[in-house]
Design a protein around this ligand. Structure first.
Ligand code: GTR
Length: 335
């Protein structure tokens, strides 16, 4: 009887242990607020991972920069293995994996369809693979839509510069943490300021640390920046995708089967995010226009000036990736 009891207890312990060891809980850091398209996609990703792994892998999504105050911090936490996942812009990731600059050069894509044909094709996959193979400690899971980025500044900064001539001399513009982006503003005559998180742009403009920044309609609106810098100049200089990243260390804590599920599920959420993106882009634009902001549309000739001035970035940051860049341009012939 005593023997039987011991056996039953031992079995119960083994079962409990195997259940406990099968359950892994990760955290996902997101800069944007609840309800933003990328946050909704992160949550959908977490839901599907838990469902498809039958509860073996759980992901808790933390929106609003709660876990990491900047995208760089989140990336470094992934490298250290103290965070499982994060959704960031491809722009800061290029500081760790320079090849990523090749898919975010200015005026690279004709439109969103061209961009997605690239991201969902061989080039997009090869870039995700490059992240994993770079020794960065990061795994690129999928891309999310982030539209096109344009400059926004205060009315007095707008008067001071000459946006019609792509001349931003004298302006300090907050840029993402990526040398290529800093150089981009220098080519227009301005000064790029980094080290300011997206959630600090509003106060940095209000206190005069910078004259403006650059971003897509949804971030410009959602962060409230349009209230501090009410002139939006639609030069659409870059289309920088978002990337969902996993920590390589975290990947070692799940089975191969579950890692495959995570990768597959991430790809599936791209379509969902794109739907949410389209809705948010339209509503953000409406809010900004209704608020009485000055939205400056540029002529084709003026846009060509921006493109021309930014062109040196292709040599300075794309010289090692000319094949990829040419392939991207070739894909654009269909659009
Ligand atoms: C947004 C992007 C954020 C962040 C931000 C920024 O478009 O979604 O992840 O990179 O831009 O400019 O810092």
């Amino acid at each position: 009887m005593k023997k039987l009891l011991t056996l039953v207890l031992a079995l119960a312990l083994v079962c409990a242990l195997s259940v406990a060891s099968a359950d892994v809980v990760f955290q996902l850091a997101e800069t944007h607020a609840e309800g933003y398209p990328t946050t909704l996609a992160d949550q959908e990703f977490a839901r599907l991972v838990e469902e498809r792994t039958e509860g073996r892998v759980k992901i808790e999504v933390y929106a609003g920069s709660v876990l990491a105050d900047s995208e760089n911090t989140a990336i470094e936490m992934l490298q250290a293995g103290t965070l499982g996942f994060t959704r960031v812009s491809a722009s800061p990731v290029a500081s760790y994996v320079p090849a990523l600059n090749a898919i975010q050069l200015p005026y690279l894509y004709k439109n969103a369809e061209h961009e997605w044909a690239v991201l969902d094709g061989e080039i997009g996959q090869s870039m995700l693979d490059a992240i994993q193979e770079s020794g960065s400690g990061l795994i690129g899971l999928c891309y999310y839509d982030s539209g096109a980025r344009s400059f926004y500044i205060t009315p007095s900064a707008y008067e001071k510069a000459n946006f019609a001539e792509a001349d931003l001399s004298g302006l300090k513009i907050r840029m993402q943490s990526n040398q290529m982006m800093v150089r981009m503003i220098e080519l227009l005559g301005g000064t790029g300021v980094t080290g300011i998180g997206a959630n600090e742009v509003y106060s940095s403009i209000q206190t005069g640390v910078v004259d403006g920044a650059e971003n897509n309609w949804p971030t410009y609106q959602n962060m409230g920046d349009y209230e501090a810098a009410s002139v939006y100049v639609l030069d659409y200089h870059t289309r920088v995708p978002e990337i969902l990243l996993m920590s390589e260390i975290a990947s070692m804590m799940v089975s191969e089967e579950d890692l495959a599920i995570i990768k597959e599920v991430a790809k599936e959420t791209e379509a969902y995010e794109k739907e949410q993106w389209a809705l948010k882009e339209a509503s953000a634009e409406q809010i900004i226009r209704d608020a009485g902001c000055t939205v400056v549309e540029l002529t084709d000739e003026q846009l060509a000036l921006y493109e021309e001035k930014m062109a040196p970035l292709y040599d300075e940051f794309g010289a090692d990736y000319t094949d990829i860049i040419e392939q991207i341009k070739a894909i654009g012939e269909d659009f």
